[in-house]
Ligand binder design. Structure first.
Ligand SMILES: [Zn+2]
Length: 155
């Protein structure tokens, strides 16, 4: 594979990681409350309007809305795009460190082994990030930090 192939894969993995980060935001918000992470779709807690698909695009949706609900202009925590960005960078970085940088030869059988390692590392990183944010939310007093009074952006 050439460097351009690796860069294309890294871009794809960044986008995939950002989407996974969006889902992690939902998990962080809903799991401690024992709510489903799949239903109901995300709504603004201010105006109760469902969040449109175009506003749910990781990172870009938040930027396009300038961090506010499209309907009622209620602020949306910057933690949502931050988690999406971090997860996207993490996915791309793990690929780069495990496959692109060492220039794994696809034909030598090492790709599957390294791809498995990349996937396992990404999964572990996502679990650690989710648990860390849940723990942070449960230990910070509501008056000091108010990140989760904002709608989850899961579609
Ligand atoms: Zn709203």
């Amino acid at each position: 594979m050439t460097i351009i192939h690796h860069q294309i894969i890294e871009c794809f993995l960044f986008a995939l990681g950002a989407a996974v980060g969006s889902f992690l935001n939902v998990c962080v918000h809903r799991l401690p409350a024992r709510l489903s992470v799949f239903h109901p779709p995300s709504r603004c807690p201010g105006c109760q309007k469902r969040i449109a698909c175009r506003d749910n695009v990781p990172i870009l949706g938040w930027l396009a809305l300038r961090g506010r609900c499209r309907s009622c202009r209620m602020p949306i925590s910057s933690r949502y795009p931050a988690v999406e960005l971090l997860t996207g960078l993490f996915f791309a970085a793990v690929y780069w460190l495990q496959i692109a940088r060492p220039a794994i030869d696809v034909l030598d059988g090492g790709l599957l082994r390294h791809a498995t390692l990349v996937g396992a590392t990404q999964l572990l990183g996502c679990m650690l990030l989710t648990l860390t944010l849940i723990r942070l939310d449960s230990t910070v007093s509501p008056g000091k930090l108010k990140p989760m009074n904002i709608p989850p952006r899961d579609g």
